[in-house]
Design a protein around this ligand. Structure first.
Ligand code: PEP
Ligand code: MG
Length: 305
């Protein structure tokens, strides 16, 4: 029985009628890779790079970051690694970086906004990713907190500068660059963003917080912080439709991705990749294997908690 489960863990997640879905892991560093692989992850859908910044007294250098990304890519043995660029600000301060006091940090200089405001900080990370990706082609880059197409274009312009400085031309060393969809403006701009992004990954933790205008860490508004709210489901639906129209993959890496009661709805909306903490992966795969994709969708109306 144990042996059987171990085998099933490493097998792909395919519905009873043959649709395959990718089940990936969210990780914070190299130390999480073996548990992710043991759980049956088909790669990493979200590497939260802020942990390595938060655990250092000083900012990690380009070289240090390169070594970490390379080692994780190597440990994954060719399975995909999605590296998310630094997402600090909001509730995630940095010891090693002078953060400005803000009245509303969740609405402030967070994620890509902070990175675009500090070229040096961002270029160190982009160069580390480009160097690792030049050696390990399983690497892709994901940008958090994008609201506008112009932000994504600014990121790409900075990547081009880094490529020139490193002499890593795109034709020889391609790197897919996708974005998180977690800001409501990104949902409303999804058609245009889909023309410039190589993939979407929906971050339901922040998307829910921002759609519902309810702090994800505040128990007083916990009832509003619910990804089953129709407003959030509508935002996810719009994102999936934009992805389909532009023919780019749409994944999900927030908490909702790990909730196997949501799996069938998400797959039907067009999400093709779910990334969750390792402990959720066996149940997600088991769930996918019970789904018949062609069945009627009637029983998938979700109710807010
Ligand atoms: C999210 O916002 O859903 C997400 C995956 O990112 P984080 O939880 O790190 O903000
Ligand atoms: Mg987020």
């Amino acid at each position: 029985q144990a042996n059987h489960q171990l085998l099933a863990a490493q097998e792909p997640a395919i519905t009873t009628d043959g649709h395959r879905f990718n089940i990936m892991a969210n990780i914070g560093g190299l130390e999480d890779v073996s548990a992710a692989l043991d759980a049956g992850a088909e790669g990493v859908g979200l590497l939260r790079t802020e942990f390595m910044f938060q655990s250092h007294a000083e900012l990690p250098s380009e070289d240090e970051q390169y070594t970490v990304y390379r080692d994780i890519a190597a440990a994954l043995g060719g399975l995909p690694l999605t590296i998310r660029s630094l997402d600090v600000g909001g509730d995630k301060p940095l010891l090693s970086y002078p953060m400005i006091e803000e009245d509303n940090p969740f609405l402030g200089l967070r994620g890509v906004r902070l990175c675009l405001a500090d070229d040096k900080l961002f270029k160190d990370q982009l160069k580390a990713v480009l160097r690792a990706a030049a050696e390990y082609t399983n690497i892709q880059l994901m940008i958090p907190m994008i609201a506008l197409p112009s932000e994504l274009r600014a990121v790409k312009a900075l990547i081009s500068i880094c490529r020139e400085e490193l002499d890593l031309p795109e034709e020889e060393y391609p790197l897919a660059v996708g974005i998180m969809i977690e800001v409501p403006a990104a949902v409303f701009n999804a058609d245009e963003l889909a023309l410039e992004a190589d993939f979407f990954s929906i971050g339901t933790n922040d998307l829910t917080q921002y759609v519902m205008a309810a702090d994800r860490g505040n128990p007083a508004v916990a009832e509003l912080v619910d990804y089953k709210q129709p407003a959030v489901i509508n935002a996810i639906t719009m994102t999936c439709n934009a992805g389909k129209k532009a023919n780019i993959p749409v994944g999900m890496c927030g908490e909702m991705a790990g909730d196997n009661e949501m799996t069938e709805l998400l797959l039907r909306l067009g999400v093709t990749k779910l990334s969750a903490s390792a402990s959720m992966i066996p149940a997600l795969k088991a769930k996918v294997r019970r789904i018949n994709y062609h069945e009627s969708r009637e029983n998938f109306q979700v109710q807010p908690a």
